[in-house]
Every structure is written in C-alpha cells, then in structure tokens.
Unconditional design. Structure first.
Lengths: 336, 344, 336
C-alpha cells in the first residue's frame, strides 16, 4: 500500500527582523533545500512512498522536487499560491484528507498555520531557526525516517505522537469579535503596531496564555516556565500578566529570569500567574496593544477585551526519537 | 515640514497623507503621460507607497537617501514639494532641477535627497559615500539607499554594500522587491529566494519585511537606523511590495495577469493602514475622505501651476555643467564660433 | 611666459624634487589645509601606493583620511561621488587608468552629470588621480593613455602634468576645485626632477597651458612625457630650428589662446601626445588652432602619438609603438 507524506517548506521562515534585533540565526533557502532533500532521503526508509509538496512562488519547492530521489513519487499539491501563511493552511487542509503524515520545515508560525487545518494527521515539525518553541532542530533525514515509519503504520501513530494544546483568542470590541487561534503562546503586547511582527522588546509584554511552558523554551513559554512546567499535551495552560512599570498590583510580583528572545536573558516581574483548565478564560483589557501569536505580532487592538482560553485540540506531533527507537526495538533497522 | 513620527497619532495621519499624496501624484502623472502632456518617461510608485513613507518616517530629517528611476515616492516621503516636482516633470524652470533633470533625476541635496537615478544600481554606492561623509565628519546622520530587486543583480550594488559593511558605515540598504525587474520576474533574475539572504555574504544583518505594511517598514528601518547610528554598521532590508503600474507608463505588461495584480491590491498599503487608523479612532472615514479630496486638489493645483510656469530660457542649457566657468561652453553659448575664427 | 600664480605671501622658494614627490607634497599640503579632504584607493595607505606616490601620508593623517579600499573601483568611485555631494573632498586613486572602465558608470553617469541634471544644486569636488603610459613592459591592460575619453566627456575636467611644478600646482587646483577633475599622471616620469615652489598656496589654474620654451620656427604642443622629450629635442636643435614647446597641462578645459598665439607666431604646429591618434587629443588641438589661426598656418599640422594599437608587451614591440622625441624631430623635419 502506498504511503502518502505531505511536505510543507516555508520559504519565508527564518528571515524576519530577529536577525537584527535578536540573536536568531539565519536559515537561508539553500539550507532549507538541503534539509528538505534530507527529509526525502529519510522517507525512502519505507517502501512505496508518495510525497505531496506544497508549491511556492520562490522556486524553492521546484528545486526540492527536481532533486528528489527517484524511488519516491513526488508531486505538487494542486493549489493557488498566495505567498503568505495562507499557503501552509491550504496545503495542510489538503493533507488532512490525503496524507498519512506531514513534515513541516519552518518555525512556530508555520507549524501553527499547518495546525489550523491538519486535523489528526501526524506532524513532524522541523525547526529551520533557533527561536522556536514547537518545532525542534532535528536532522532532516532522521525526521523523514520518522515520518515514513509513522505514515506507513510501521509505528502506530497513537504510540509516537502527542496532541499539542492550542489557545483560542477572542478579541472583543464594541461591535465585533475577532477569533484567532494560537498553538503554543498568545501574548498581549504594549506596542502600537503589528510592524515587523517579531517581539522585539521583552518590556512590551503585558501578559499572555501558553499551552506549554518550560524554562528551556524561549519567549512567553519561557517566562511561564520559570514558575511552572506545563507539558504540551497537559490539558489547559498557564496564564500570566507582568507587573508593568508604574503599575501596582494587589500582591507583590514574583521576579523571574527567562530567555525572552534569543540572546537575551531577561528579568521580568510577574504580577500574577495561574494554571488554567481546558477552556478556562484569561482576559486582558487593552486600550492600545497588539496580540502576538506564537511569537509573532498578529493583530492590533484598540479599546477591546482580549479573551484567551487553552483548548486541547491541537495537532498530533510526532516524537521523532521515540518513533525511531520503537522501530529499532521492533527490529526494523536490522537486515537479515 | 511636518515631522513624520508614526508612533504619534499626528505622525500616523501625516504618513497616511504622504502615502495618499504619492498615489495622487503618480496617478496624475500617469494620466498626464497618457494624454501626451509629459515629455520623456515616467516610472510610477503606485502600490509601493508604504516602503518609501515607512522608511522615511524612521529617518531623521538630515539623513540622506538615494533613490531610483521610480523616485517620485521617495521624494514625497522625504518631504519634497509636489509643486516643484510637478514643475520638473513638465520641464519647467521652477522645477527642482530647473527643468534639466525631469522625472528620473529629481534631487534636493539640501533636503537629503541625493537624486532619483536613471541607472539601476547606481544609488547604493552614493549612499555608501554619504555614509562615509557622516563617518569621516563624525556626524550622526545615516544614509539609506532605496533600490529595486533588479539592482541586486548589479555588481556595483555588491561593491557598495561590501564597502559599507567592511568600513562599518552608517548606511541602510533597502531593497524594494516589487517582484519584477522591468518585465522579468524576480525569480528569473536571482538564484536566492529571499534577496535579504545576500546580507550573509557581507556579515551584516539581513531580513525581509512586509512592504505593504507601513508599520513593518517603519520599524525595520528604525531598528536599522539605530544600529547604523550606534556605529554598528549597515543593515540589509528587503521590503516585499508590488508596483501596480507597468515598469514604465505605456508598458503593456504581458508578463503578468490582472489576477496577479489583484492579489497584491487586495493587501493595498494605503487601504489597510487607513482601516487600522479608522479602527483605532485616529481618523474617521469623513476625515479620510476630506484628506483625500484635499490632496487630490493639491495635485490638481500643482499641475495647474506647472502648466502655467515658464520653460527655462534656452540659454540655460549651457549653465550648471561646472561650478567654474569653462570657455568651451561659454564661447559656444555666446556664439563666438559664428565668425569662423579670429584671424580670418 | 609662465602662468603659475602665487597667491600666498610666502617666500618664492623652490626645491628640486621628483614628480612623485611633488604630487605627495600637494596631497600633504591639501590634507593639512582642509579637514574635508581625504585620499582613498587601492593600497594608498600602509603600502604607500603601488607607485609609492602616497608614500608615508598615512602616518601623518591616519587610516581614516588615507584610506585603503578593497579592489572595488565601482564601489569606491561611487562612494567618492556620494561623499563629495554631502560635504567632503575625496581624492581617489585609480591605480591604472586602464581600470577606469570598471567604474566608468559612476564617473560618467553620476560624477559628470549630477550637477547639470540637478540644475546646479550640488557640487562635485572629486579629484581622481590615475596613471597612464607605456614603457614599463606592463602590456595592454596597464599601459594605456586614455585621457581623451574623459577630456571628451562633458562634465569632467582633465589635466595631465609634465613637470614636478605642474604636478603640484595642477593637483592642488584639482583638489580645491568644486568640480570633478581627473589628473592623468604618466608613470614613466614619476622620477623626473625639477624645481617646485614650496609656497603651500602655489596652484596652477586649470585651463592654462604653459610655454616652456620660446621659439620662432615651429610650435610643439606636448603633454606628459612628451613635454620633457620635446624640450630636450628643442635644445638639440637650437641653432638650426627654433622650437617653441608648450606644455598643454590642461586637456579640458583647454587654453586655446596660448596655442593660437604661438602658432600665429611660428606658423607651424606639431602635436605630441601618447594617446591613440584617431579622434583624439591631437585632433582637438589641431581643430582649435585651425578654427582660430587657419590663415597663419604655413604647413600641415603634424601629429605624434600612438597608432591605433594597444601597448604591446615585448620590449621590441612596445618601443616600436611609443612616441619619442625622435618622432617629434621627424615631424618637425617634415614641415620646417
């Protein structure tokens, strides 16, 4: 039986202003192309694999397809390219019906876009930068091998994936409510604009809700992680608000050290934090600010209420290491 | 001149005004050209307004910019007077260049505008030079080069960036990737997908921003300017944008479809910024309409004044070559040769 | 008659020095006189210039003002234009004039045109120093005499010193000029010695020729190396033919009056310049004389230059193509 693997390579990932303002490393398209080549090589671990590749306008996907190993049947997803995050969502929606597993090369933003529409299809998420919470930096060949094993059913998806939490956002203003969905983190920032999207200055952070937290993570989940560890598949999440300069809270703030952006070890005063149950609201009144989603400023708010709520219905993320170890213990790497 | 600080509400309205002024100016220029009223070529900035205005709003008034053949937007963003620009387009004596430069060479060095430029890729070396002046004189000015995606393929652009990077000069290199170098799409001109990747070769930061979002361009240039002014060297910014008109007026545009254009018009920089300002209560729909009508009238008036203005005297053709007087030119212009030589 | 002017009040002291030393003295004086002046080019700093012209200037003025560049003529020529437009006075060294091709864009479309195109609203105080001339076995890409190109091109002034005094005086005028001036230095005569005024305000106005030796029978208008060789020839011919030798000095603008006055007196003209003969510097001198002194001419004008070939490498060939005093003598003999 043929195994179908979806491949999303975001050509825009790893190119934002954090190359200037933070210590983020550069992920150029040559590196992405080589990593994608490794993924395809890893996929040959399974027999009879078809690959559906998200097209893009930059020529990156064309080259990936041109360089693919002969034993794979590689095709583009038939879709209109918009050169925006919409492409990842469109491709993922197609994969939800047609793929057995999906490999994503990008950052938190790309993974979130895929998560919106991927349904239950297992996702292997490879980080192409350093500043990511959800995707991990893993060799493409290894990731491809894991995708092949899960996609072909050699390793049961139920045993090698975890379901990531998400955060639902309602921005409520006088006449309208805007609904957004975040994957790992949603923040409220004291910035007037969406601007370059990246979170440039940790002192802009008003607070947020995270679906996972750990001091080993960078950004909002790192701040919450200084207080409480919350696994990606734990139900609920963590909400917190910071003590802002000149504002006095009811109780004395807790001072936390956290890695807020690459290259920056910050000290922040947390006025309040709370472990949230699945579906529990955590709200911010915002005169002027921006909602950030998975590390990117996304939505400008004037005079509104931002209501955040962890929801445990995220994507199934493949734990690459345990897939391969499980396959090895089943003898799948022994020949003869 | 109104200071353009888009962190303030006044500044946001002014930024919107400048974007609208660019659009009105260039839309009018297109009409005038198609009616045969403008001599020469015009290359229009319609669609790219957020890049010019966003960048200039992050600069100080004594910073320098270099521009391109598509320079009207940069001029207006930097605060130049549309009346004098329009006069220059008509080749009139009161134009910025006294009618000698035209659309492709509008300059106002005192205002920090080092010239639109008819040569693709010629601006960045000039910006490196302006940054060198700042460095040598210990000034705190910064030089920003606007250049197009096509120019990134030019050797002298590489040299300019390498020099500025190696010498750690206060420069900002801002690529306006409008997706086409003349009629050829960007992916057929470059082997990298993001032009900002080229920054790696110079060991300077490079990144890509949404050139249809004025706040993104503003913030990017603000950070790059700060880095430059702090003595940390140049930054390479790619702003992804789109020109709604052809490469030049009269371009039949066989290289793209109306649908291609529609995808970008859907994200129109002026419309989206206006919507955000209306949402925020910074401006009302009525105030916007009023602003737009006022600007349209201002451009109409500029055209009227330009049409009424005098052409330069023909003798002006022999002026301005040099600061010093040169007999070769002054003798010719005074008709000395008409007598066939003094010892006849 | 000499047109040197001495605008300062200092003593009319002179000192014997080489052309190389005179150029360095001019640079030193102008660097001392005006903080806006700076020198840049390939290896002009620590190395002292490939022809040791800049020498020890870097020790006195530092690496900022005596600035080594990468091998990047288009880049630093353009930077010079941008720097000049914004308030400095760059003196650029292009190591060999043959290399000017790689930065011609910045010279012809920017440096030469900006002032005019901008309606006079910018100044362009750039000085470009470059070397010309065959005779050192450097072959075609390092031996050319190209000054006609730029003497022809509107918007650029072009001067070519032949003596240590003119080397100093012309270069100082170039640096003090608010217009772009290219100084063409014949590298074969860097060691030529002569008396040089020590007055630090000694300049030679651009656009003036100099009658170096008066004579009655024939006028030799020469440039660069050909001036010295013509003077030697004139000395040899003294008693037989009275030769007037004019150092043209300024190729553009040109001192038509001095040339015309001389030819009106002698009735005969030989033009000696190392550039190729067709469409050249010789033609321009000849035309101006004919336009203004046609009826004073007693014989056809003679040109001494390089046939329309490049400078070859082999000493036997190079010697063949380069003009010398003997060629000037032959030309005189044809018409006197």
């Amino acid at each position: 039986m043929t195994t179908t693997i979806g491949l999303v390579v975001n050509p825009a990932a790893g190119r934002d202003i954090r190359r200037l303002t933070g210590g983020a490393s550069v992920s150029n398209n040559y590196a992405k192309r080589r990593t994608a080549g490794c993924v395809l090589a890893g996929l040959t671990l399974a027999d009879d694999v078809d690959v559906l590749v998200m097209p893009d306008s930059t020529g990156l996907a064309d080259r990936i397809v041109d360089d693919a190993p002969d034993e794979l049947g590689v095709e583009f997803v038939d879709m209109t390219v918009t050169a925006s995050g919409r492409d990842s969502r469109t491709a993922a929606a197609h994969f939800a019906d047609h793929a057995d597993a999906v490999v994503v090369l990008g950052g938190d933003g790309t993974t979130r876009d895929v998560a919106q529409t991927i349904g239950d299809v297992p996702v292997v998420s490879i980080s192409t930068g350093t500043n990511n919470v959800v995707p991990t930096p893993v060799d493409g060949t290894v990731a491809g091998a894991a995708a092949a094993l899960v996609g072909s059913g050699a390793v049961p998806a139920a045993e090698a994936t975890t379901r990531h939490g998400t955060i639902e956002v309602n921005v409520v203003r006088a006449e309208q409510t805007t609904v957004i969905r975040g994957l790992a983190t949603v923040g409220v920032l004291d910035r007037p604009f969406v601007g370059t999207r990246a979170i440039l200055d940790p002192s802009d952070i008003v607070g947020g809700v995270v679906s996972r937290s750990s001091p080993a993570e960078i950004g909002l989940s790192g701040i919450a992680g200084g207080l409480v560890t919350h696994r990606p598949d734990d139900p609920g999440g963590v909400g917190f608000r910071l003590a802002r300069d000149g504002e006095s809270g009811a109780t004395a703030p807790t001072t936390v050290r956290a890695i807020t952006v690459p290259g920056r070890l910050s000290t922040v005063d947390v006025a309040e934090h709370r472990v949230l149950d699945d579906g529990e609201d955590y709200a911010f009144e915002v005169d002027r600010g921006v909602v950030s989603v998975d590390g990117e400023r996304e939505h400008e708010v004037r005079n509104g209420t931002v209501r955040l709520r962890p929801v445990s219905d995220g994507p199934r993320l493949v734990d690459v290491e345990s897939v391969l170890e499980r396959a090895a213990s089943d003898g799948r790497f022994r020949l003869g | 001149m109104v200071v353009l600080d888009i962190e303030t509400e006044d500044g946001q309205r002014e930024a919107l005004r400048r974007m609208l002024t660019i659009r009105a100016f260039d839309t009018k220029a297109a009409d005038l050209f198609s009616d045969g009223e403008l001599p020469g070529f015009v290359h229009l900035y319609v669609g790219e307004e957020a890049v010019g205005v966003g960048a200039c709003s992050a600069l100080e008034s004594d910073d320098y910019i270099t521009s391109t053949h598509r320079g009207h937007g940069h001029c207006i963003a930097k605060g130049l007077d549309p009346d004098l620009m329009m006069a220059e387009l008509f080749g009139k004596a009161n134009g910025y260049c006294n009618g000698k430069g035209g659309s492709m060479h509008i300059a106002d060095v005192d205002a920090g505008m080092l010239g639109a430029n008819g040569i693709v890729g010629a601006g960045p070396p000039l910006a490196t030079g302006a940054a060198l002046t700042s460095h040598l004189k210990g000034e705190d000015t910064v030089a920003l080069a606007f250049f197009g995606d096509g120019a990134v393929a030019q050797g002298q652009v590489h040299e300019a960036i390498n020099l500025a990077a190696t010498w750690n000069l206060p420069a900002v290199f801002l690529v306006e990737n409008n997706q086409y170098g003349e009629a050829t799409p960007v992916e057929k001109q470059h082997n990298v997908q993001n032009l900002s990747e080229t920054a790696e070769a110079y060991n300077i930061p490079g990144f890509t921003v949404d050139g249809m979002d004025i706040t993104a361009v503003y913030e990017a240039v603000k950070e790059a300017r700060k880095r430059a002014a702090d003595g940390e060297g140049p930054t390479f910014i790619e702003a992804e944008t789109y020109r709604y008109h052809g490469h030049f007026e009269g371009d039949q545009q066989p290289y793209r479809t109306e649908e291609d254009v529609a995808i970008w018009k859907d994200r129109d920089a002026i419309e989206s910024f206006k919507r955000r300002l209306v949402d925020a209560g910074t401006i009302t729909e009525d105030e916007f309409d009023e602003m737009k009508a006022e600007i349209d009238q201002q451009i109409e008036d500029a055209v009227g004044k330009a049409k009424d203005a005098a052409y330069p005297d023909p003798s002006e053709a022999y002026e301005d070559m040099f600061n010093a007087a040169v007999p070769e030119i002054s003798d010719f212009s005074s008709g000395m040769r008409a007598d066939g030589g003094e010892d006849r | 008659m000499s047109t040197e002017t001495s605008s300062g009040t200092g003593p009319d002291q002179t000192k014997e020095m080489t052309i190389r030393e005179a150029i360095r003295l001019a640079l030193r004086e102008e660097l001392e006189r005006d903080d806006d002046v700076f020198v840049m080019g390939e290896d002009v700093g620590k190395f002292g210039g490939v022809y040791e012209v800049t020498g020890d200037l870097v020790e006195q003025f530092g690496e900022e003002r005596v600035r080594d560049t990468p091998i990047s003529e288009a880049g630093f020529m353009g930077a010079a234009v941008g720097a000049a437009a914004t308030g400095t006075r760059p003196v650029v060294e292009i190591m060999f004039s043959d290399f000017i091709g790689v930065c011609s864009e910045q010279i012809i479309n920017q440096m030469a045109k900006n002032r005019y195109m901008f309606g006079g609203k910018t100044e362009m105080p750039v000085t470009v120093r470059t070397t010309e001339g065959g005779g050192s076995g450097a072959a075609s890409q390092h031996s050319g005499t190209i000054h006609t190109w730029f003497a022809h091109f509107p918007g650029v002034m072009a001067v070519a010193p032949a003596t240590p005094a003119s080397a100093k005086g012309l270069l100082k005028s170039a640096i003090r000029s608010d217009d772009p001036v290219i100084v063409f230095e014949n590298k074969q005569i860097y060691e030529q010695k002569g008396e040089v005024p020590l007055d630090d305000d000694f300049t030679i106005p651009i656009g003036t020729a100099s009658v170096e030796r008066e004579g009655e029978d024939v006028t030799v208008v020469a440039t660069q190396r050909m001036v010295g060789e013509s003077l030697e020839l004139a000395e040899e011919l003294a008693g037989q033919t009275s030769v007037e030798v004019i150092d043209l000095r300024s190729l553009y603008p040109m001192d038509t009056e001095t040339l015309v006055e001389s030819v009106k007196k002698t009735g005969r003209l030989v033009i000696a310049d190392e550039s190729p003969l067709s469409y050249g510097t010789h033609a321009e001198v000849a035309t101006r004389v004919m336009e203004n002194a046609f009826y004073s001419l007693d014989a056809p004008i003679q040109r001494v230059g390089v046939a329309d070939v490049h400078i070859p490498f082999s000493p036997a060939l190079e010697e063949e193509v380069l003009p010398h005093g003997s060629d000037v003598e032959a030309a005189i003999n044809r018409i006197v």
